[in-house]
Design a protein around this ligand. Structure first.
Ligand code: ATP
Ligand code: MG
Length: 473
């Protein structure tokens, strides 16, 4: 196979020219080659040089007039950005591993040595940048055939490959999910046998791969593989605990692991937001610890939304996910995920809708999306009925928001006005008054307007033993 027609990027021509002048050999390798053949977009180019990667990078960068070529002398690699693509140069290497580290001993090697150290056959393809066979694909492990058939396979013995660098087990599942490929059965078996080795990998690297799985089109495929290979058990036991069905007195509850995956895939059909996808993963996470059986009512999971929200920061911390507003957003969606559906089931009062709008704020659309995705049942009739009621609630939310604007609620009477009116310094009463006004608005006793809120406050004054000292409004 020759791909010279597809090597349009100027970096390839320039590299080839410089190699020719200096008698060097260079190859495009890894993800770029794989994605070129699969016709997927890629953001980075990896070039392997038999010789000094740094020298080739410097000369290529100079010719392309890139502003800065970064050299990493310790690693023998170099990098520059040309237009919006990252180009990485590395000398061909040979690697050997010891048992308790994923850091190999590295020596200079040939192209073939370099292909041998790669994780999967589809990632070990190289394209020559030499003048005499420019564009030729060098495929020592039948990676082209695996690309065609959609198979993830390691060039060397899978048990050795995964034991050497256990991160590759996560990568296998990540590529299988992203590319919709199958992992060869020998590989799957080796992952299962080596799953405990994942413990030597940092959480950051594991979660990097996990997030790529979550961002795929159908993440459930990846989670099912993580579960069946027992990798998930190593870093996310709370999710593993969702799996299983229990039956007492002939009554069963649903398998919450597979339910969660269905909800996740549903969300993915409508949103690429990684954090909304995380909210789907965590929405029922507290079902196992809140599960109870009652002869009369059957299975219950009372309070799982609140406990789930309380578990969220712990899980984020453990997985080294950010603890900033993104965590807060996920936590809020977990806490509120039952609210729209309880509106659907009960009768929808304006005040319940206002309260929900107030609490969800700008995340109301995402909450509704999550909630809609959460409607899964084997009973088609039930699903249709729920969805219809759900539409009704959505419409009601729109109507009430238009009328009462409580979504980004700002108190109509400020603390300053309260202090001025009653001649107060900062004190507890101000908070009490503000909360009472807010509640009156949300309950629909008064409209969300200054004048009405001000009068409501005056009516409260007696009860709180406050005297008006200013006549200003
Ligand atoms: P993407 O960029 O879409 O994540 P990629 O295949 O380019 O996919 P990178 O992590 O950028 O993945 O790695 C580039 C190449 O380096 C891979 O294609 C593979 O050949 C090799 N590689 C990366 N990580 C490993 C690893 N842990 N073990 C062996 N080879 C690896
Ligand atoms: Mg890459």
């Amino acid at each position: 196979m020759n791909l010279s027609q597809h090597l349009k990027h100027p970096v390839f021509k320039v590299c080839a020219q410089i190699c020719h002048e200096n008698g060097w050999e260079a190859y495009v390798v890894g993800g770029y080659v794989r994605d070129l053949i699969l016709e997927r977009p890629s953001k980075d180019i990896d070039i392997v040089v038999v010789g000094s990667g740094m020298e080739l990078a410097e000369k290529t960068g100079e010719k392309l007039r890139v502003k800065k070529v970064s050299l990493f002398k310790n690693f023998g690699t170099a990098h520059f950005r040309y237009k919006d693509i990252d180009v990485e140069f590395v000398g061909a290497r040979k690697e050997s591993y010891s048992r308790d580290s994923r850091k190999p001993v590295v020596e200079n090697g040939t192209l073939q040595d370099d292909q041998f150290r790669r994780d999967f056959t589809i990632n070990a393809l190289a394209i020559s940048l030499s003048k005499d066979n420019f564009g030729e694909v060098i495929d020592p492990f039948n990676g082209l055939e695996d690309l065609e058939k959609g198979i993830i396979r390691t060039p060397l013995d899978p048990a050795q490959t995964y034991s050497d660098d256990p991160l590759r087990m996560m990568r296998a599942i990540r590529f299988a999910t992203q590319l919709d490929f199958k992992i060869e059965s020998k590989s799957l078996q080796a992952i299962l046998e080596n799953s405990e080795r994942l413990d030597i990998i940092s959480k950051e690297r594991i979660v990097d791969e996990l997030n790529k799985i979550i961002l795929a089109k159908e993440p459930s495929r990846g989670f099912k593989l993580l579960f069946s290979t027992r990798l998930l058990h190593r870093f996310f036991p709370e999710m593993v605990a969702l799996q299983g069905i229990e039956t007492i007195s002939g009554k069963s509850h649903k398998d919450n692991f597979y339910h969660t995956l269905e909800v996740l895939d549903n969300v993915c059909m409508h949103s690429d937001n990684l954090w909304l996808r995380w909210a789907a993963i965590l929405h029922d996470i507290a079902k196992p610890p809140t599960k109870r059986f009652d002869e009369r009512v059957g299975w219950t999971f009372h309070g799982h939304e609140d406990l789930g929200a309380r578990m969220t920061p712990r899980i984020f911390k453990h997985l080294k996910l950010p603890l900033d507003h993104k965590m807060k957003y996920v936590q809020k969606l977990v806490r509120l995920h039952l609210r729209p559906i309880s509106l659907v089931k009960g009768n929808v009062t304006d005040s319940a809708v206002r309260r929900l709008l107030f609490e969800a704020g700008d995340d109301i659309e995402d909450l509704m999306l999550l909630c809609n995705a959460d409607i899964t049942s084997k009973n088609e009739f039930k699903v249709v009925k729920y969805r219809k009621n759900f539409e009704m609630v959505s419409q009601k939310l729109k109507d009430v928001e238009e009328k009462d604007r409580v979504r980004n609620f700002q108190p109509p009477v400020s603390g300053e006005v309260i202090m001025q009116t009653f001649g107060l310094g900062p004190c507890a009463e101000i908070g009490i008054i503000k909360t009472r006004i807010k509640d009156a608005i949300l309950e629909g006793e008064i409209p969300n307007e200054y004048e009405e809120a001000f009068n409501y406050m005056l009516a409260m004054a007696d009860e709180l033993k406050l005297k008006r000292v200013s006549s200003e409004k």
